[in-house]
Ligand binder design. Structure first.
Ligand code: HPA
Length: 271
């Protein structure tokens, strides 16, 4: 989407929100409740914003929530747009660009993911150190606008090292046993086969999910610093002798909610 169209969406939001948010937070499946803790809340539904598609997934509300948390001006995405919903990758860029041109400098992306690393357990939180793009497409394909970012963005430090360190130190302080690892995006909406999960492990993946990578590529392109946190809601297919289902994902993220909330709040406070 060109900058002119992006700014139409931004202008719509700016008419409702009169201050500049500093941090954006994308809340993954089952983790949307953190937005309820925001003070002086202003909600802007995706469907009301020009050019924004709707989010259709259970467990995702589908709105931006602006306001204050830990004394900082923030904007949260309560629900994200997924590639598997059938939107072109390009459309996934718009909410990130809206947050960018509302003024954020840092983005915290969170998601629910399947554990591929056998040392992990459901309920673990994993700081993302890098990713592998197994969607085999990219939201930046198409005409590049140099005003937004370069044609060939460097993603050798996609997940900001200082933010990873900050998250780790806060994990220690709160006594949360944080894992670290590589997130692999598959398109979904099917969960992976056991053979695919094996492949992901052999290729260096620690967790697998259906989101985040497009968000992070767009964020890096437009110059945002990114921190990624996965909630390991289940062991990926074939590791345990049991089928996977979305209700299990939501159930585990609900159980981890209070740890996740204190971790993210403390990160926001110290960022
Ligand atoms: N695979 C892909 N996406 C997921 C999973 C999984 O096992 N769990 C939660 N999101």
């Amino acid at each position: 989407m060109n900058l002119e169209k992006i700014m139409e969406s931004v202008e719509f939001v700016k008419n409702k929100v009169k201050y500049i948010p500093e941090i954006g937070i994308i809340l993954g499946s089952g983790l949307g409740d953190l937005a309820e803790e925001i003070e002086e809340k202003i909600c802007v539904k995706y469907e009301d914003i020009p050019h924004m598609p709707k989010s259709t997934v259970a467990g995702h509300a589908g709105q931006f929530v602006f306001g204050k948390l830990e004394g900082k001006d923030v904007v949260m995405m309560q629900g994200r747009i997924h590639f598997y919903e059938g939107h072109p990758m390009e459309v996934l860029a718009l909410p990130i660009h809206i947050m960018k041109y509302m003024g954020i400098e840092k983005l915290i992306v969170t998601n629910a993911a399947g554990g591929v690393n056998k040392e992990f357990n459901p309920g673990d939180l994993m700081i993302i150190t890098d990713h592998i793009n197994f969607a085999f497409t990219n939201p930046l394909i198409g005409k590049n606008d140099e005003k937004i970012g370069p044609r060939f963005p460097d993603v050798s430090n996609a997940y900001d090292k200082d933010l990873v360190e900050l998250a780790e130190s806060i994990g220690n302080k709160l006594n949360v046993n944080l894992k670290k690892g590589v997130y692999v995006m598959m398109t979904g909406p099917t969960y992976e086969t056991p053979a695919e999960v094996n492949m992901v492990r052999i290729l260096g993946g620690d967790a697998v999910g259906m989101s985040t990578v497009p968000d992070v590529l767009v964020a890096k392109h437009c110059g945002l610093k990114v921190l990624g946190i996965s909630c390991i809601t289940n062991m990926a297919a074939g590791i345990l002798d049991q089928p996977l289902c979305h209700s299990e994902v939501i159930e585990t993220s609900n159980k981890v909610k209070s740890t996740f909330t204190s971790l993210v709040r403390e990160i926001i406070k110290n960022i």
